[in-house]
Every structure is written in C-alpha cells, then in structure tokens.
Ligand binder design. Structure first.
Ligand SMILES: [Ca+2]
Ligand SMILES: [Ca+2]
Length: 156
C-alpha cells in the first residue's frame, strides 16, 4: 500500500555498487517517520500531500546503509528533493514539519533529531557541516508517482 510515508519509485541509477540490485520499480518507506493510517481522513490528507509534492519528480534517496530494506522489502531511505542549485529538501523532515507525519525513530543510520530541512550535498572528499556526503546518497530516481496519481483517480 502506498500511503503518506511510502512511495513507489523507479530506481534508475545507484551510486554504490552494493545497491545495484535495487534498480527497478521499488517501494520506499520514508525512514524514521510515520503517517496516519489511510483509513483516517488525516491519513488520506498525508498521502495526497506526499503524492502532490513528488508526483513525476526526480529525487535522490539516501538509503539506510544499516538495513537497506525493512521486513516488507521496502527500501528505507530519506528522500531528497532538489530545492535549488545547491540544496535539497529533506522530504521526511518536511512532512513532520508540516504536520503530515510524526517522528518514529528506528534503528538505522538516521537520527531525526539532527535533521535539517535543507541539506547540501557535498563532494565525498569534503566534510562540510550539515551536508550529506554525495557518496552516501545511493540512488538517483525518477518517481513513478504519476502511476500513483492515476491509481488515486481510478479509485475515485
Ligand atoms: Ca545512506
Ligand atoms: Ca533512526
């Protein structure tokens, strides 16, 4: 089920060899957040907000290097949406900021308490504060949320 904290993506490219197997159509569970159940009006709102924000967009995924996937075989990741020439929006943090999800901190590489809304991707040989080393961003994707939007229309 695709909802306010899960998206469906087409993974086009990986930046670490260990993630080659992830290429293709996959579900991504946004790390360390939780959206309300789809059976509630709040859950529907969260899903629609996420879909409208990401439908058809190309994003980067910072994959959880600790576990990579959850028990449902969804990729666990922070979703990064390009904001301007230098910065990306941490979509996970933004959903919390906007009230569409709450923090649910699991055992993984991420620490929501340290999240910033906007992050700069830094070349891997630099260690600029507040940035995500570009080598840690495993995947470049084209979201297939257009499909999700079509599915939503079909349901209605
Ligand atoms: Ca990572
Ligand atoms: Ca965590």
């Amino acid at each position: 089920m695709v909802d306010g904290d899960t998206i469906e993506v087409e993974i086009l490219e990986v930046r670490k060899d260990r993630y080659r197997d992830l290429i293709g159509t996959r579900k991504v569970r946004l790390a360390d957040i939780n959206a309300p159940e789809l059976s509630t009006p709040e859950g529907q709102k969260s899903k629609e907000f996420l879909a409208s924000m990401l439908a058809g967009k190309e994003v980067l995924l910072d994959v959880d290097d600790v576990k990579v996937t959850d028990r449902y075989n969804r990729i666990v990741a922070v979703v990064l949406l390009q904001h301007n020439a230098t910065h990306y929006l941490n979509v996970n943090a933004f959903l919390v900021e906007m009230g569409y999800a709450t923090v649910w901190d699991h055992e993984n590489e991420f620490n929501p308490a340290a999240w910033r809304l906007y992050v700069r991707l830094t070349p891997s040989d630099e260690s600029a504060a507040g940035g995500v080393p570009i080598e840690l961003v495993a995947l470049a994707l084209l979201l297939l949320l257009m499909l999700l939007a079509l599915r939503v229309l079909r349901v209605r």
